[in-house]
Design a protein around this ligand. Sequence first.
Ligand code: KIV
Length: 276
Amino acid sequence: MVPGERLVSSRAKKVTTHVLQEMKRSGEKIAMLTAYDYSLARLVDGAGVDVILVGDSASNVMAGNDTTVPITLDHMIYHAQCVVNAVDRALVVVDMPFGSYQGDSKLALKSAIRIMKESGGHAVKIEGGTEIVDSIKRILTAGIPVMGHLGLTPQSIYKFGTYSVRAKEEEEAGKLMEDARALQDAGCFSIVFEKIPADLAKRVSESLDIPTIGIGAGADCDGQVLVLHDMLGITKDFSPRFLRRYADLGEAVDGAVKGYIEDVRKGDFPSEEESY
Ligand code: KIV
């Protein structure tokens, strides 16, 4: 296939997990972005992204927390409802927040059902490897599609201690491969690889039947994901090497707000035409 050519996803009226599987099979790359609110999700979906992730990065981007740990299930459901209201085509995947699934597969199922029922999302994403396989299997018994997340898993930041690249050493790389296989065998429809070496992501992606989505994991994953506010240049204090900025909305907003303040102060706004 010619790079950049869109076959499967442009034909798909609505993107489903089956469409993503078909995209992997045909070599068409999957484009995924985060969104947390109606207005931006409407733009992102209209532009043709395949998957919208209601990420628990909302904790950082929307709420200003240092980590993803504080965001709650109720918060995630609220953000997901806003996104679902906006979306016509993309698959909406909702992050299961910290504390809503770890160590208790019954709790995991209950949390996933709440997400699906109350938000209208299409799938859930869950961080971790073999240790959460029971939860994944139980969620799948309710017919809820599950996306995995390996490598840098931000909900475990207090265990890792840093946001640096994961699985650089052989032992951790081996564990990641084992985890990826376990998630596929458990029934995940896709896995996110965050901040791992490109050659490891390539090897694992090639060895799996399900699509992999990379963030800081090189070009050979089956798709890519970025945090919307980072790639739009709204967040300024986060510049990891993997981040490509496609716009500088931070500057644009600053200029617009300063222009407005100036016009108000000068008495230039509103004009006669803008008045009744
Ligand atoms: O929460 C999030 O935005 C994520 C992506 C970084 C994959 O999990």
